[in-house]
Write a protein that binds this ligand. Structure first.
Ligand code: SF4
Ligand code: SF4
Length: 465
């Protein structure tokens, strides 16, 4: 490509030569990909809004209380003591995102990211509903202020603000929980001034993002978007224009034989550019602004059908796929990375499922040795450290599997409140005859509210006879 052809890389599509913002009026997309995206979006939106309100037992389905460092995932409560788990989850998450992007490109951005879903499937659709399609919006924008324009713009911004208010409430439900949010919503404002202020601040943040900042979040702010340049390679699947087939692009004329005149399949209709929510021309090649929303695939397929050509001039394909004329292939690399991704998901699930509600550490008291009791038993003192990771109080009791052995609590009944930690001591007594060469491996059962939750193995010492 010549320097002139590459000039589009000098600045992002939403900034002009003078450095001023170019407002994007994206044409309303339609087509099979858009319809599928709508279904995915409805599902994800329903999940997003419902998750903090769904209860599993007494816990939320999802809650991320960063203020109290308390997190609930799938009804399981995670406390600061579980931070190691979050560190592991974070590492798995980062590796997952990197591997996924290397293979499947930026599909997450266009189909799953909340920013895109809200922008394209909620706010932009409201805009189409109130102001009309892109050409009507453009026209309205150029017109001087008149009553109809004032009405439409006011209505749009009012609806935007209301939805932002709704999102802000949901966002807060994720942080403080739906019960606390309900109190803020129903009690007098003065009682929860902090919570109420937070709702209003977040409302304006979301309103600012979706009414004004828009695609700039994806093209200039989001770090994941900025990373594309290093994550993608020539084998990554991306939304791409088949330049081999499409060039030389030229307008179409009735009855012409394009092959005979050396023209490519691209009829230079600019439909792919008009629908693009980030304002780029995908025919220039892969660009960091492309969020893989697939709107241009639908637009181009529609044009190809209209002029009687094969669909797929713009499609989901790798750069090498276009060059070598090969469709998506399950190469060894793709299989290996996909397997690794599946492995990471399984590891993540195991980590979450296997986490215990009550964590126990049981060790023989430091510096202590054995004692012989009056009833001729050998006794050891153990320290037990218990962390209740649930929200409810638990009464802890102990048992021992050894024949004729006794385990006694030193002190009062152990009752641990939710999220609290307790250190206690236990006295374990065993008949001397049960020991082998002055030691024995014993198993202590731990019960929470009468239910066996864990059996801990530990070492017991006594005299060598
Ligand atoms: S180039 Fe196509 S896939 Fe990429 S953002 Fe624009 S419309 Fe979406
Ligand atoms: S929509 Fe298809 S045919 Fe039209 S300009 Fe874009 S690539 Fe070319």
């Amino acid at each position: 490509m010549s320097e002139q052809d590459e000039a589009f890389r000098d600045r992002i599509a939403t900034v002009n030569e003078k450095g001023k913002r170019v407002w994007i009026f994206a044409k309303k997309p339609s087509g099979p990909y858009y319809n599928k995206r709508k279904i995915v979006s409805y599902f994800l939106l329903a999940l997003l809004f419902a998750a903090p309100h769904i209860k599993i037992g007494s816990e939320a389905f999802l809650m991320f209380n960063v203020l109290e460092r308390k997190f609930v995932i799938l009804g399981k409560v995670f406390w600061p003591q579980d931070m190691y788990l979050f560190a592991v989850l974070l590492i798995i998450g980062v590796v997952f995102v990197i591997l996924f992007t290397i293979i499947y490109g930026r599909l997450f951005c266009g189909w799953v990211c909340p920013q895109t879903i809200f922008m394209e499937m909620v706010f932009r659709r409201i805009e189409y509903w109130i102001e009309g399609d892109w050409s009507d919006q453009k026209k309205l924008d150029k017109e001087p202020w008149h009553s109809k324009k004032i009405f439409k713009k006011s209505l749009k911004h009012f609806v935007f603000w209301m939805i932002s208010f709704f999102i802000s409430n949901t966002f807060l439900a994720y942080i403080i929980g739906s019960d606390e949010l309900w109190k803020i919503q129903t009690d007098p404002v003065g009682k929860h001034l902090g919570g109420f202020t937070a709702i209003i601040i977040f409302t304006y943040v979301f309103y600012g993002v979706f009414a004004f900042l828009r695609e700039q979040v994806c093209t200039t702010i989001c770090p994941y978007g900025r990373l594309q340049g290093v994550l993608l390679d020539k084998n990554s699947m991306v939304v791409a224009y088949d330049h081999v087939r499409g060039e030389n692009r030229a307008k179409i004329h009735k009855g012409e034989d394009r092959k005979a005149t050396g023209k490519g399949d691209c009829i230079d209709c600019f439909q792919c550019v008009h629908v693009c929510p980030t304002g780029i021309d995908i025919r220039n090649g892969t660009q960091l602004e492309c969020i893989n929303c697939t709107a241009c695939i639908d637009a181009c397929d529609h044009m190809m059908e209209a002029v009687g050509q094969d669909k797929g001039l713009i499609r989901f394909v790798s750069e090498n796929g276009i060059k070598n004329r090969t469709p998506f292939q399950w190469t060894k690399r793709v299989k290996a990375y996909t397997l690794l991704l599946a492995g990471l998901i399984v590891a993540l699930a195991i980590l979450l499922i296997s986490r215990k509600d009550i964590e126990t550490i049981l060790i023989r008291q430091r510096g202590s040795t054995y004692q012989i009791t009056d009833d001729n038993l050998v006794s050891n003192i153990f320290e037990v450290n218990l962390i209740n990771k649930t929200h409810s109080k638990k009464k802890i009791t102990f048992g021992i599997k050894e024949k004729d052995a006794i385990v006694e609590q030193i002190g009062n009944d152990i009752i641990i409140s939710g999220g609290k930690q307790v250190k206690e001591r236990l006295l374990v007594k065993i008949p001397n005859s049960a020991l082998e060469l002055g030691k024995k491996k014993i198993q202590i059962d731990i019960y929470a509210d009468g239910e066996l939750i864990e059996t801990v193995k530990t070492k017991f010492i006594g005299p060598i006879l």
